[in-house]
Design a protein around this ligand. Structure first.
Ligand code: HEM
Length: 295
């Protein structure tokens, strides 16, 4: 049986090429070298996995505070940090989705919103990980957290502002914001929301959207004639899914909070679960929900 000499299975260990029992077909190489002469795993040589991802810095950021150490504090920190990383990614995706609507690139806005949905589902299910902590184990370190609270998450509030729920009162209620955080929140309050971008899109297609009544009328027109508005309708549905998933997170979060601390007040100074329950019904796009009544 013959085979071409140039192509060799790179995964085969040296000395066992299929050219024949123990017969070598190329120059002698060290274990781990590839046919190109570079060492496996060091392609390019400049970056490594660790340096590219700044792992030394990243993995030094989980610093439990309590003495004596509490086993679950590392989980608590890791889960919150993972949330903040995903919040950063979500802001990146949702900002780009909004910006894609302006030139009418609805396919791109939809693609980015759908990525956001997958991340948001991950954020809802990530609560399961933290819920493996028992309330007793949480109490071992909870008092050391005060007055820190998820309430102070700047990126969470940026996500709300960007999505459409702009409430400037939150900015005044944050303690000890850095200048950079102040600037981020001010920028989000000033810039258009996803909803603003969608309304501009409606108007660019000749659908009036200056008042709530006009918007509702236009949304109904789009919904009733999907063939003529075959990108506006699914884009509206993608916005609604984003809204729905944010609501699911709020509902899931308060459920976990009740499981962990019952009706105790929050470390951030709120009433705790009662405050969070009041936030569950928040909707970014109430008119997209109301639209259902008119179909
Ligand atoms: C044991 C786990 C947790 C408990 C007991 C808890 C408790 C609370 C409480 C009581 C509040 C109300 C504000 C306050 O007074 O502190 C709150 C708000 C908040 N928490 Fe948590 N939380 C937990 C985990 C998380 C996680 C993993 C995140 C992810 C980032 C998070 C994000 C938030 C956010 C964004 C708010 C503000 C919500 C709003 O204003 O609508 N929390 N949390």
């Amino acid at each position: 049986m013959t085979r071409s000499a140039g192509r060799r299975n790179m995964t085969e260990p040296e000395g066992r090429s299929s050219g024949g029992m123990g017969r070598r077909v190329g120059p002698r190489r060290r274990a781990g070298d590839t046919a190109t002469g570079r060492s496996f795993g060091e392609e390019g040589g400049r970056l490594t996995y660790g340096s590219y991802l700044r792992l030394a810095e990243l993995l030094a950021q989980q610093q439990p505070q309590v003495i004596p150490p509490a086993h679950d504090e590392l989980l608590f920190i890791t889960v919150h940090q993972a949330y903040e990383l995903w919040f950063k990614q979500l802001l990146h995706e949702l900002t780009a989705a909004r910006d894609a609507m302006t030139p009418g690139e609805t396919w791109r806005a939809r693609q980015l919103l759908q990525r956001a949905h997958v991340i948001e589902r991950l954020l809802v299910s990530q609560i399961d990980v933290l819920e493996t902590m028992t309330p007793q184990d949480f109490l071992e370190f909870r008092s050391a957290l005060a007055p820190a609270s998820g309430f102070q998450s700047v990126q969470f509030r940026e996500l709300e502002f960007l999505s459409g729920a702009k409430d400037p009162h939150f900015v005044g209620r944050f303690r000890a914001l850095t200048d950079a955080e102040q600037a981020s929140l001010a920028r989000r309050l000033a810039e258009p929301t996803l909803w603003d971008a969608y309304l501009d899109l409606l108007m660019s297609r000749g659908l009036p959207a200056a008042t709530d009544d006009q918007i509702l009328e236009s949304l109904v027109a789009v919904a009733r004639d999907r063939a003529s508005h075959d990108d506006l309708w699914p884009l509206a549905e993608d916005l609604l899914t984003h809204d729905e998933l944010a609501g699911l997170w709020r509902a899931r979060h308060v459920q976990m909070v009740e499981r962990q601390i019952g009706t105790k007040s929050g470390t951030g100074g709120s009433t705790g679960a009662p405050y969070l329950h009041k936030r569950v019904p928040l909707r970014y796009y109430p008119l997209l929900w109301e639209l259902r009544d008119w179909l």
